[in-house]
Design a protein around this ligand. Structure first.
Ligand code: UDX
Length: 478
């Protein structure tokens, strides 16, 4: 890495108030600070409190010694759950209430460049244009999904949308440049569907599309991906968006730069949930590649019946499993029980372990893990890619439907269980990935993992792009 003088650039990083957004943007923030840029990280007060509360024995400044933190309120009442169907409300609320606060911070703190979550696109563009600060958008989703969002209006123009109903779901989408004939209607982002999944957060398609098109306005866009992983979409994006920086997988990039850094960058987790690390000792006692890790991220909710189908499928497969069941994961229908059934907890003990939240990157890297049953959030997907772990995908909402198609059809590192939750299907897929087709999936996953690591090592595409990004930020900072 090139030695750099301390820069006069001051970057404000502004993530959306959700685990998957804070996580990847904290990794980016630390990488920029490592290059001697001044970096301030702007959280909502609610997220900041959660980060601080679960900061082990260390306080936040000790965990992130190279960053400064600022907060703004998210505008929601104290008791608001901010989960389930309401998990997007902090986003909407910050867009409405946060404008003057963001403006004040940009001016008072003499920010020279804003890196804003693309989900805040319009608000960030308006504020930065008003005060004359250059901005860059960061997208937490796959570039393939970003490109699909971007292309959605043209799907309406070419009559490939709307989706007319369940009978239409297997129709092939033909006109997305670079992704022609690769997605079915069911692989489009969930917002294109006529119906929502059980408990799915409410985000209108119009909002998603218009925020995506806002990314044409800032000076550049950053993706948490690498060129070899998503070339078809990235080549198309680069034609429309003049300056694109692919700098991922960010968690791995942060790790590998930290290993060679002289400046202080602690290894840290970015969880806003309390981690139960007891699972690591349990994993230590399991045979090589014998455990399937099951987790559906920070937002997925499901009915008790769906949870039971997963459980029976896992237990019937006779495979060992480590399952993250968050305290707010079961969405109760009216009058229904939302507790985890006792028989499930008891019946798991023979071959499985259920926990509330784990250090996921460490879990995926553990030698006893053989596969990952995932909702295909982009962080989880790319973390599994880096670890070389095959996947079974059960996408829930948003970009996850696209990501699971990448896993199963583009990269061939797993199976897609999309739109089905049946104990027999779960059992069969677990057996396919863990036993019957194990070698085939492992080989493909290994190849992808090698490419991922290469991209963040010296001379790799993401490594080079990060250096270019730092130069770019300095060049646009006044
Ligand atoms: C959401 C979207 O679903 C995702 O697609 C988008 O890109 C970001 O916002 P989420 O659903 O939480 O995020 O999924 P994901 O992107 O996978 O992020 C979850 C993060 O939580 C991952 O980084 C994962 O490592 C971490 N995690 C999850 C833990 O650290 N411990 C756990 O037990 C579970």
């Amino acid at each position: 890495m090139k030695p750099r003088q301390t820069s006069s650039a001051h970057v404000l990083i502004f993530p959306g108030p959700l685990q998957g957004h804070v996580n990847s943007m904290l990794n980016l923030a630390q990488l920029l600070a490592l290059h001697n840029l001044h970096v301030t990280f702007l959280n909502t007060q609610h997220i900041h409190n959660r980060l601080t509360r679960f900061a082990d024995i260390e306080s936040l400044p000790a965990r992130y010694p190279t960053l400064r933190f600022k907060t703004i309120p998210d505008g929601l009442p104290e008791g608001h759950s901010r989960s389930g169907e309401g998990s997007m409300e902090p986003f909407h609320s910050v867009k409405v209430h946060g404008k003057p606060l963001l403006r004040e911070i940009l001016v008072k703190e003499r920010v020279t460049c804003l890196v804003a979550d693309g989900f805040f696109g319009k608000m960030a563009n308006e504020m930065t244009e008003e005060v004359g600060v250059p901005s860059i958008h960061f997208r937490t989703i796959s570039s393939s999904c970003f490109w699909t969002y971007f292309w959605t209006p043209y799907l309406f123009e070419s009559n490939e949308l709307p989706i007319t109903g369940e009978e239409d779901m297997d129709r092939i989408i033909t006109t997305i440049p670079g992704m022609e004939n690769r997605l079915r209607c069911r692989d489009l982002p969930s917002f294109c569907r006529p119906t929502r999944a059980y408990g799915e957060p409410i985000i209108p398609l119009d909002t998603i599309v218009s925020e995506t098109h806002q990314t044409l306005r800032p000076r550049a866009v950053i993706f948490n991906t690498f060129d070899d992983l998503e070339d078809p979409a990235l080549s198309q994006i680069r034609r429309r968006f003049p300056t694109v920086f692919t700098v991922g997988p960010l968690h791995q990039h942060r790790e590998s730069r930290a290993a060679t850094a002289t400046n202080t960058m602690r290894s840290s987790n970015n969880s806003i949930w309390e981690e139960d690390t007891s699972c690591m000792a349990w994993l230590d006692s399991q045979p090589l590649r014998s455990v399937i890790y099951v987790s559906f991220g920070s937002l997925t909710t499901m009915s008790r019946d769906t949870l039971m189908e997963f459980w029976y499928g896992l237990v019937n497969s006779k495979t060992r499993f480590l399952w993250v069941v968050r305290s707010d994961m079961i969405a109760a229908g009216e009058g229904k029980d939302e507790s985890v059934p006792t028989e499930l907890v008891e019946g798991t003990k023979e071959r499985g372990l259920m926990v509330g939240w784990v250090p996921q990157v460490e879990v995926l890297a553990h030698k006893s893990i053989g596969a990952f049953m995932t909702h295909c959030g982009w962080n989880s997907t790319i973390e599994s890619v880096v670890a070389g772990v095959p996947m079974i995908c059960w996408p829930y909402f948003a970009d996850q439907q696209v990501n699971s198609r990448l896993v199963s059809e583009y990269w061939k590192v797993g199976l897609d269980m999309k739109d089905v939750c049946d104990r027999n299907v779960v059992e069969n897929m677990v057996n396919d990935v863990m036993i019957n087709r194990k070698e085939e999936f492992l080989q493909s996953a290994d190849k992808l993992a090698v490419l991922a690591r290469k991209s963040v090592n010296e001379g790799g595409s993401s490594y080079t792009n990060l250096d270019r990004l730092v130069d770019f930020i300095e060049s646009i900072s006044q």
